[in-house]
Design a protein around this ligand. Structure first.
Ligand code: MRU
Length: 352
């Protein structure tokens, strides 16, 4: 059986003119790689969660715009086409800030080269996209180290959605301390919430932790309270899609309920993510745009036949916001922030 870290979540193949991703919608059953060659294919792969997880979406967008721009040969068209593609790819999903920060970073790199020839512009885009991927992978390692410093051998841990190797360039955010702990013999037992409606916990977290040899138990979302009450969970580790300046955190729908339960049972609730997920332009969670998705994900998906009456009203938000007051600590590649979070964030982001 191959190692989970042999799976490459997202990479650029400039010879093929493609962004190559593992199709996460086919996991765990099939390990299928897709070569995405057009902006439409890249947009659709992000929208349909073939590539997903906040950092992985950012890397896919950066590689995507770089790969597509390699086909533009007129310097006069270059900046206009870049702006068009940037807006288009940014419209694929609204909540994870990494999508926007990666595309903006690509634009800043390009704007620094005004007046340069087209080959230079293309090279700058290739290099910037690679730097985004490399920095993300390095950030995950550091998050793993800081996260592990808060944990003890033999702990029971609980995670929601998938914030592992598949959601980033390499290794993961919430799952990084678990992988590092495994390497160091910590012997964690992990509960993975299945994460309705798209089952990222059942399909992806259970898959990748099992493949890595971690002791993992899958539970339905409504079993979380039960396992906490029995004393089987000593810490909750989750990822993040956008962290507001006050620490309010958007993550997969269901996360805030887990945080409320953790508070009730006195269990530390840790959010793990790169500083690129902190959005200082978003003062609180109220300003975070929450994606709403197709009602069929709730009524039909995964079932052999529809499980809800035709015409029923469905509310299907993809994310929720966990209030900063429920979060014990936020762990990034730069260290650990405890409440109140804002000052630490300011230092990390070197901003107002
Ligand atoms: O809709 P998804 O699967 O992209 O949502 C992903 C999450 O909510 C993850 O927890 C988050 O992106 C952190 S990934 C390191």
């Amino acid at each position: 059986m191959s190692n989970i870290f042999d799976i490459v979540t997202v990479r650029a193949d400039y010879e093929q003119g493609a962004v190559v991703i593992i199709d996460q919608t086919q996991l765990p059953g099939r390990e299928v790689y897709l070569a995405l060659k057009t902006p439409e294919e890249i947009w659709e792969a992000i929208y349909l969660l073939k590539v997903r997880g906040a950092p992985a979406i950012g890397v896919a967008a950066a590689y995507g715009i770089s790969v597509c721009m390699q086909k533009v040969d007129e310097v006069d068209d270059f900046y206009r086409e870049f702006a068009r593609l940037k807006n288009y790819l940014a419209s694929s999903r609204p909540t994870a800030v990494n999508l926007f920060t990666a595309l903006e970073r690509m634009e800043v790199a390009l704007l620094k080269c005004q007046g340069a020839g087209v080959e230079v512009l293309k090279r700058v885009l290739r290099e910037e996209a690679e730097a985004i991927r490399r920095e993300d992978a390095a950030a995950c390692r550091k998050i793993g180290e800081y996260g592990l410093s808060l944990l003890k051998p033999g702990m029971g841990l609980l995670t929601h959605c998938n914030a592992g190797h598949l959601a980033v360039s390499e290794y993961g955010t919430a799952l990084a301390p678990i992988y590092l702990g495994r390497e160091q013999g910590f012997g964690f037992s992990v509960f993975a919430d299945e994460t309705r409606p798209l089952l990222q916990g059942a399909r992806l977290t259970a898959f990748e932790l099992q493949k890595a040899g971690v002791d993992v138990t899958l539970i339905c979302d409504n079993m979380t309270s039960s396992v906490m009450k029995q004393g089987w969970v000593q810490a909750v580790l989750v990822g993040c899609d956008r962290v507001a300046a006050n620490g309010d955190t958007a993550n997969k729908i269901g996360t805030s309920g887990v945080a409320v339960l953790a508070k009730y049972y006195g269990i530390p609730f840790y959010v793990l993510g790169p500083t690129s997920t902190i959005d200082m332009d978003c003062p609180t969670g109220k300003e975070i745009k929450i994606e709403e998705r197709d009602p069929a994900e709730v009524t039909e998906k995964w079932y052999t036949r529809r499980m809800a009456p035709e015409g029923i009203h469905v509310y299907n938000p993809a994310f929720d916001v966990t209030s900063a007051e429920l979060i014990t600590a936020i762990i990034t590649e730069k260290g650990i922030a405890y409440p109140p979070f804002r000052d630490k964030f300011r230092g990390w982001k070197e901003c107002k």
